[in-house]
Design a protein around this ligand. Structure first.
Ligand code: CA
Length: 383
């Protein structure tokens, strides 16, 4: 045996001894590491649950349970009542301004018939798109009503702020963003916006590209990435697809989109058929298997009507949860149903109160957030 070979044998022996010590040490370390990993895993899960346990509260048209929907006053109240996001419904004016109103006509929430008689179209509706921003600023807005505003208008919500009391007016999307951003800065908050592009098909028929204008405003005010406090919603799947595939890349933006889901019979959206005719959009596919994967191809979330999640045939003892949330989560989508209201007659029979309704949607149906007219009640219900 040469010296080198001898040394190698000794070294090998030493290595064997070292190895067995190291092996035991390594085993022990492994056990400790496994323990730590398990601990870390459960801590992470717990932290995750703490961080994500609370669903987001989206103030539907502001704190519209208390003040006229889409008035700036209702937005300030929503902010003060603890909303996480504040909703804006967006329509376009004759002079291409974006204003915050739920419908693309003015009959339900303004005194337009008094101020501008004779300017309704043949269907009796006064369309926002037929008026300039300056003209719209002359109108008073109010809670929804039916009938003659100068006579005895019938309030849509008899328990809410009285129709045509005080003074509220129409504002632009930019003005509302400035209000929310101003309050965020002063009060050290990061309350988000949740704009909805209303009836893109209607605007297209009128020769206007509302989505392009809305995105330009969002970009101008710094909402251009998935890190920003925004969700952009629409009932129109064709338009969301266009926004995702064409407009966002073109404008170097990347914001989360939400597909609102309706009953086809509500006639929420129209699309052009092969013959070039406008026909009602058929939402049926969104209730079928595989739909959520298809939506996740262009959106980050869904906004379903709440009976699509807990069936109206439920009873207090038998809460019937549909597969929609489970399927959406499996496809990586968040779920923000609408609309949670506390008015008499608006709580489903299977829930005893607004609070129970919220609790069951959160705990049984596992929603990630919800639209409500009553942000204060929602905040109390989930705390
Ligand atoms: Ca809306």
């Amino acid at each position: 045996m040469t010296f080198d070979a001898c040394e190698l044998t000794i070294r090998n022996k030493k290595t064997e001894i070292d190895y067995s010590v190291q092996h035991r040490l390594r085993k022990r370390m492994q056990l400790i590491m496994n323990g730590l990993r398990t601990l870390l895993f459960f801590t992470t899960i717990t932290l995750f649950q703490i961080a994500w346990a609370k669903p987001i509260i989206i103030a539907h048209r502001g704190a519209s349970g208390y003040l006229p929907e889409h008035s700036l006053e209702a937005k300030v109240l929503a902010f003060a009542q603890g909303a996480d996001f504040i909703e804006q419904d967006l329509v376009m004016t004759k002079d291409n301004e974006i204003v915050v109103l739920h419908e693309h006509y003015l009959n339900r929430v303004t005194d337009v018939a008094q101020k501008y008689p004779g300017r309704a179209r043949d269907d009796g509706k006064y369309y926002v798109i037929d008026f300039t921003l300056e003209e719209l600023r002359q109108l008073r807005i109010t809670n929804g009503y039916k009938g003659d505003p100068s006579g005895q208008p019938q309030p849509e919500w008899p328990e809410r702020f009285p129709v045509f009391q005080s003074r509220f007016s129409i504002h632009t999307f930019a003005e509302e963003i400035e209000l929310i951003q101003g309050l965020n800065a002063l009060l050290d908050q990061n309350i988000g916006i949740y704009p909805e592009i209303k009836s893109p098909w209607f605007h297209r028929q009128e020769g206007k590209d509302i989505s392009q204008s809305v995105l330009a405003i969002l970009k101008q005010y710094g909402y251009d990435s998935k890190k920003d406090p925004i969700f952009l919603q629409s009932f129109d799947p064709n338009e969301l697809l266009r926004i995702d595939r064409q407009l966002l890349p073109k404008m170097q933006m990347d914001i989360p989109l939400v597909q609102l889901i309706a009953e086809t019979s509500w006639l929420e959206t129209y699309e052009l058929n092969a013959k070039g005719e406008w026909q009602p959009y058929d939402y049926q596919w969104m209730f079928e298997k595989g739909a959520m994967a298809r939506i996740s191809d262009y959106a980050e979330g869904i906004g379903p009507w709440k009976p699509f999640i807990i069936k109206e045939t439920s009873t207090a003892k038998d809460i019937q949860v549909t597969p929609m949330v489970r399927r959406a989560h499996a496809a990586g989508l968040v779920v923000h149903p609408y609309t949670f209201r506390a008015d008499t007659g608006r709580i489903p029979s299977w829930a005893h109160s607004f609070e129970t309704m919220v609790k069951l949607f959160v705990e049984e149906a596992k929603i990630d957030g919800f639209f409500t007219d009553f942000p204060d009640r929602a905040r109390k219900a989930i705390e």
